[in-house]
Design a protein. Structure first.
Lengths: 107, 456
């Protein structure tokens, strides 16, 4: 908890949800967004691509795209508007081998 | 039956849907959220337990009524509700909608109730993780029960600044300072108009303001946000008398009232006018919200009247739609009268909490303007000899407005900086044209056939 950016003020009596972020096992609560769950344990979601700073979301309403992270399976998601699910495997950077279409062909 | 598509399920979209259903139509409602209500009446996920008066304060009854109205429409099969989806493009009477799968939704009439985002101005250091919009801090509190930091500084101006600070304090968060860039004189002048239009609402705002005590400062100039490895560590500012001050914190919330999100209105063909009171481009619409053939606009996406005004405007847009279809419709006179009062109040708000044009015009060259791609005020200024003082050309060359927020958070400040460098007013440098997709979208979604799910 101590490493996190966010503070829970209410709604703490919910079931625990386990997930992993960059290979580390973390927990959140049912009803948390991915952003909430990660930032309760971490200071940032990812590194900025165009500057030295870390990124931790900005608008939380799906408009700014600051909170992009990736599923280990490949797809990108907006952490602020994606509900946390048990067993999610998330990454702060895209995996190397994933392209839309999935097969690594010319698409 | 006429196919009416409503985009947005906040106060405006819900009231529009209700009025259309009353007239016997069956609208389709597309909304980005998982649960209807919009931002100000945003609902927490299922299973959260704080009661409405904790979440929505004095507006609890309105929020509950609005949610109940929409739930009833959905449960009764009166609307086709497509949540967690974004309208990406509008072309030839078809909305291209993306959620887990891509959909094409044909329509005859379109009601856009897409709302507003925080209106942001750059402050040196604002690109650090841990700086958020004011709206973000309110969403986090309302929909997740969390504070975005342990020690919070809120800065900017507008009704949300005071409201959010009071809500955070009430919820037990530590708010170190509330820094309002609006001078007290502007607040008194605008406040007088606010009182005359809506005395109770104004009084409620003053009471919230009083609850902030000595944390609240008017007429502030923001100097910079000091940052370390882990994000913000302090805000440096000047008080109304010009004394340098510093407030330690680990989170900064910024926002200067609201910016209408006109992306879809633009893609649907609406015209825009510069509104100097609100210091932004607003889509052109008649008093009921007609903005083109078969196109209707309602809510904060067209006129920033707030939630009460949005409910009225949603109903007004539906009435306009019914009128144009030659269908029986409710009388619009009382709605128009009430909308006028909302507009008078909103004009007072705009005057009381002005856009900080001078602060932006004089930003140091090193200040990041485009948060998405780290482009500085100096980068933008250096582009102007090549691009000339026109927003779209400056965007092409400097990329301010081309990043993934698509200009939502840099367009107005970018225009201000371009205008200042050229000795012009921001309206003279033009408006960034919206481009589809309205949100960044994976190409893969279009490679697959309609209705195919994105890879899980």
């Amino acid at each position: 908890m101590s490493g996190g950016r966010l503070v829970r003020l209410a709604e703490t009596a919910r079931a625990t949800v386990r997930f992993d972020f960059d290979g580390e096992a973390l927990t959140g609560l049912e009803g948390d967004t991915v952003l909430t769950a990660i930032l309760l344990s971490r200071r940032a979601l990812r590194q900025a691509e165009f500057g030295p700073e870390a990124r931790a979301g900005f608008c939380l309403m799906g408009a700014c795209q600051d909170c992009w992270i990736w599923r280990e399976e490949g797809p990108r998601l907006r952490a602020c508007s994606t509900p946390l699910r048990e067993g999610m495997r998330l990454r702060s950077a895209p995996g190397a081998a994933h392209w839309p279409g999935g097969t690594g062909g010319t698409a | 039956m006429t196919r009416v598509l409503i985009v947005g399920a906040g106060p405006a979209g819900i009231r529009a849907a209700e009025a259309l259903v009353e007239a016997g139509l069956h609208p389709v409602v597309v909304d980005e959220a998982a649960r209807a209500g919009g931002q100000i009446y945003r609902r927490p996920p299922e299973g959260f337990t704080r009661p409405p008066d904790k979440l929505y304060g004095s507006e609890a009854a309105k929020a509950v009524a609005l949610h109940a109205t929409f739930d009833r429409l959905v449960a009764g099969g009166k609307v086709t509700y497509l949540p967690q989806r974004s309208v990406m493009a509008l072309r030839a009477g078809v909305a291209h909608v993306l959620g887990e799968a891509r959909q094409e939704v044909p329509y005859d009439r379109l009601i856009l109730a897409t709302g507003a985002t925080d209106r942001l101005a750059p402050v040196p250091g604002w690109q650090a993780g841990g700086v958020y919009s004011l709206g973000a801090a309110q969403i986090a509190l309302k929909a997740q029960g969390v504070a975005l930091g342990r020690s919070i500084v809120l800065a900017g101006s507008g009704p949300l600044l005071t409201l959010l600070a009071a809500q955070l304090l009430e919820a037990g968060a530590e708010v170190a300072a509330v820094l309002d860039t609006a001078p007290m004189r502007a607040q008194l002048q605008g406040g007088l108009r606010m009182v005359m239009a809506r005395p109770l609402v104004t009084l409620r705002g003053l009471r919230l303001r009083a609850a902030l005590g000595r944390r609240y400062h008017a007429g502030v100039s923001l100097t910079r946000i000091e940052t370390g490895e882990a994000g913000p560590t302090a805000v440096h500012w000047q008080d109304a008398r010009g004394s340098a001050r510093e407030t330690s914190c680990d989170m900064v919330g910024l926002g200067w009232h609201l910016r209408a999100d006109g992306t879809l209105a633009d893609l649907a063909g609406a015209a825009f006018d510069w509104n100097s009171a609100f210091a932004q481009w607003l889509p052109r619409a008649d008093p009921l919200g007609r903005a083109g053939t078969g196109l209707y606009l309602a809510g904060d996406g067209v006129r920033i009247l707030g939630a009460d005004g949005a409910e009225l405007a949603g109903r007004a847009a539906a009435i306009a739609c019914l009128q144009d279809l030659g269908l029986p419709h409710p009388d619009s006179a009382s709605i128009l009268r009430r909308l006028k009062r909302m507009q008078r109040f909103a004009d007072g708000v705009a005057q009381a909490f002005p856009w900080p044009a001078e602060m932006i015009r004089t930003l140091p060259d090193t200040t990041t303007v485009c948060r998405c791609e780290g482009i500085s005020a100096g980068d933008l200024r250096a582009t102007l000899p090549l691009s000339g003082p026109e927003a779209n050309r400056a965007k092409s060359l400097a990329r301010v407005g081309m990043g993934r927020c698509q200009g939502r958070y840099c367009q107005l400040s970018g225009a201000e900086i371009i205008a200042a460098a050229a000795g012009l007013a921001p309206r003279d440098v033009g408006r960034l044209r919206a481009q589809p997709p309205a949100r960044p979208a994976p190409i893969g979604a279009w490679l697959k056939a309609e209705g195919t799910r994105e890879a899980e």
